[in-house]
Design a protein around this ligand. Structure first.
Ligand code: NAD
Length: 245
């Protein structure tokens, strides 16, 4: 397809999961894709796009990566799931999660906005979650806080730059199959004494009776990156198999 022809798309955390699927889907729609991750090894095998290491927690790395990509589309995918309640989270864990899940988007947005404003066009796509922004889940205290914050960040950026041609939206998925999700199932399985029971618990939380594939989320990312979504900004988009509906 050519729905993203002529667009330069920078994706963070494109090494695996939703970020990787989104980079592939954007390239398939004719975009010039810059697929980045803090772990360069994970970028192996991504064809038809430029790949390089970008650490979303580093100002210098973000500045360098944004200058190289000069993106029309910025997809902020980097994020980490902390496990625990308000009584479990250490200050260091809180700071790490806020930095990786929220401040990273502040970093990339500040770096990418001037170029977008100059060209009069841009789409920023942030990864939030149904969890935190709309619904709580057990032992997802810090994670939920960060994903709710992403909605606030998204709405502020959308409003402040609404006349510039730059749009900013966020994606709020339910549970999506990804390498880190498999790790979470394994961890819960150890707690419950059964991997299958843990898997079933995750699936049961989705009223559709299954989790999403990363490609299903990538399809929404392509829409938000494209001019098809030109009249939408400041919105969280729920794609959660009916979880929070
Ligand atoms: P994942 O968690 O399996 O992979 C995360 C990727 O982030 C890895 O490639 C990792 O190397 C990269 N990364 C870690 N630190 C980084 C840094 N400092 N800079 C750049 N990259 C870094 O992938 P996923 O599960 O698809 O999650 C992607 C995003 O989607 C996250 O923000 C996550 O919170 C969000 N999300 C995931 C789900 C889900 O169920 N999987 C649901 C809702 C939202």
């Amino acid at each position: 397809g050519d729905r993203l022809a002529g667009k330069r798309c920078l994706v963070t955390a494109a090494g695996q999961g939703i970020g990787r699927a989104s980079a592939i889907a954007m390239a398939a729609e004719g975009a010039t894709v810059f697929a980045t991750d803090v772990n360069g090894d994970l970028l192996d095998g991504l064809e038809g796009m430029e790949t390089f290491v970008l650490d979303a927690r580093s100002d210098a790395s973000v500045a360098k990566g944004v200058a190289r990509a000069n993106p029309d589309v910025l997809m902020n995918c980097a994020g980490f799931v902390h496990h625990g309640t308000a009584l479990d989270a250490t200050d260091d864990e809180w700071d790490f999660a806020m930095d990786l899940n929220v401040r990273s988007m502040h970093r990339t947005t500040r770096a990418a906005l001037p170029g977008m404003i100059e060209r009069g066009t841009g789409s920023i796509i942030n990864m939030s979650s149904a969890l935190g922004s709309k619904i709580a889940a057990p032992n997802r205290y810090v994670y939920g806080v960060t994903k709710a914050a992403v909605v606030g960040l998204t709405k502020s950026v959308a409003l402040d730059f609404i006349k510039t041609g730059v749009r900013c939206n966020c994606i709020c998925p339910g549970t999506v199959e990804s390498p880190s999700w498999h790790d979470r199932v394994k961890a819960l399985g150890e707690q419950m004494g059964s991997y299958d029971a843990a898997l079933q618990a995750f699936v049961d939380r989705q009223p559709m009776g299954r989790v999403a594939s990363p490609e299903e989320i990538a399809a929404l990312a392509v829409y938000l990156a494209s001019d098809e979504s030109a009249f939408t900004t400041g919105q969280p988009f729920y794609i959660d198999g009916g979880w929070s509906g």
